[in-house]
Design a protein around this ligand. Structure first.
Ligand SMILES: *[C@@H]1O[C@H](CO)[C@@H](O)[C@H](O)[C@H]1NC(C)=O
Ligand SMILES: *[C@@H]1O[C@H](CO)[C@@H](O)[C@H](O)[C@H]1NC(C)=O
Ligand SMILES: *[C@@H]1O[C@H](CO)[C@@H](O)[C@H](O)[C@H]1NC(C)=O
Ligand SMILES: *[C@@H]1O[C@H](CO)[C@@H](O)[C@H](O)[C@H]1NC(C)=O
Ligand SMILES: *[C@@H]1O[C@H](CO)[C@@H](O)[C@H](O)[C@H]1NC(C)=O
Ligand SMILES: *[C@@H]1O[C@H](CO)[C@@H](O)[C@H](O)[C@H]1NC(C)=O
Ligand SMILES: *[C@@H]1O[C@H](CO)[C@@H](O)[C@H](O)[C@H]1NC(C)=O
Length: 322
């Protein structure tokens, strides 16, 4: 009996550390029996660059974030490199936390001046800290959804960042994150072509879905996005993950979607724990409530899985709902 865990551990250690879509087509995954899957996806968290009071996070603030998350994950996602000195302050924290963390770091691709500052931060801090703790670089977040750039202009920026990173001698996956429906509609094909990985964002709350329909909406939308990525890449073996999802615990309803800790918990344990069993990694948006984003009358400050004091709002353990 004692042999089984070590055999499993050895097998798991051979799997690539980067995200991939279990090598099965989206349609196979729709009806996939999770008990026969050789591995699960992992739950991870998006973290903001500012503290609850709106001040930029220091390395110590990131360390406190990571240590609060350490029982649940070993990876986080951030959004910019130069803004709030995110890269400079985050990178040392990743290896100093109570266990070793990795991160998907973000680069803001618009406008030209901002993109230049972001690349400058990469040039300064990747050679300084190395890339061992960097899982990938997302160029842009919902750029296509906001119509900030065309899919081919975003592809150019993705290639630009990959070239820059390679020029330092580093080989780091470079991709992007956008709303599931843009991927599904084929509006981002040129960006998919240019990306080493694709993140799909999906918030059934913003689709006005109630508790009866939120889980099937999430699973179906995510697999529809995956299907398009597999189609464009011409293989099922793609790096695909959920880049943002979550449910607000306060603020107003949106359509039939209400807000509460109970609904967020139900969404987490039904929808997200289920997609993990399909082998897809999730980055939950977001780790901590951010009061500076607004008041109780809007939802933005209430997306945290944890309160802003870094106490979890509900069980985050997929094998133990309460
Ligand atoms: C996925 O399948 C391809 C083709 O059969 C194979 O080369 C690759 O190693 C597989 N990847 C994983 C993660 O199983
Ligand atoms: C995947 O996670 C489930 C719990 O959600 C667990 O029962 C199962 O053993 C896990 N599978 C693997 C291969 O680790
Ligand atoms: C992590 O889990 C351990 C064991 O359950 C517990 O003692 C500790 O307080 C937890 N740490 C945090 C930061 O939640
Ligand atoms: C931390 O993890 C990364 C990859 O996840 C690895 O490359 C690095 O060597 C690890 N660092 C330490 C100190 O274990
Ligand atoms: C959720 O919405 C669906 C479709 O509108 C409806 O059939 C169902 O009764 C609703 N469930 C709840 C709990 O409101
Ligand atoms: C419930 O979710 C399914 C699957 O995403 C969708 O087809 C259906 O339109 C949704 N129902 C409502 C009332 O939105
Ligand atoms: C999650 O729950 C399982 C089952 O109760 C337990 O064995 C495990 O230690 C828990 N993990 C954490 C991080 O609390």
């Amino acid at each position: 009996m004692m042999l089984i865990p070590s055999v499993l551990t050895a097998a798991l250690a051979l799997l690539p550390s980067t995200a991939f879509a279990v090598n099965k087509s989206a349609s196979e995954l729709t009806s996939y029996n999770p008990d026969t899957l050789p591995y699960n996806g992992t739950m991870n968290f998006c973290i903001g660059a500012k503290n609850d009071n709106g001040a930029c996070k220091s390395t110590d603030d990131y360390l406190a974030d990571l240590n609060a998350l350490a029982n649940y994950t070993d990876s986080v996602r951030t959004y910019a490199t130069s803004d709030c000195n995110t890269l400079e302050n985050l990178l040392p924290a990743l290896s100093q936390a109570s266990h070793n963390f990795s991160a998907y770091i973000g680069v803001w691709p618009t406008d030209d001046a901002h993109f230049g500052q972001e690349k400058q931060a990469l040039s300064q801090f990747l050679p300084k800290y190395g890339v061992n703790n960097i899982k990938g670089i997302t160029v842009g977040s919902e750029v296509l959804y906001r119509n900030d750039l065309s899919a081919s202009a975003l592809a150019d920026r993705i290639n630009d960042v990959r070239g820059l990173v390679k020029s330092f001698g580093f080989d780091v996956p470079v991709g992007t994150a956008d709303s599931w429906n843009l991927w599904a509609a084929g509006a981002g094909d040129a960006s998919i072509q240019a990306s080493d990985f694709i993140m799909s964002n999906d918030f059934p709350y913003w689709q006005g879905q109630n508790t009866s329909n939120m889980t099937n909406t999430f699973i179906s939308d995510t697999l529809t996005a995956l299907d398009r990525v597999q189609h464009v890449k011409g293989t099922n073996n793609v790096q695909f993950l959920v880049g943002e999802t979550g449910w607000p615990t306060g603020g107003p309803s949106y359509g039939e979607a209400d807000t509460s800790n109970d609904i967020a918990k139900q969404f987490y344990h039904e929808a997200l724990c289920q997609i993990l069993k399909k082998g897809i990694d999730v980055y939950y948006f977001e780790a901590f409530d951010e009061s500076y984003k607004g008041t109780d009358s809007n939802v933005e400050p209430h997306f945290g899985a944890f309160y802003s004091n870094r106490v979890p709002k509900f069980s985050l353990n997929c094998t133990q709902a309460s």
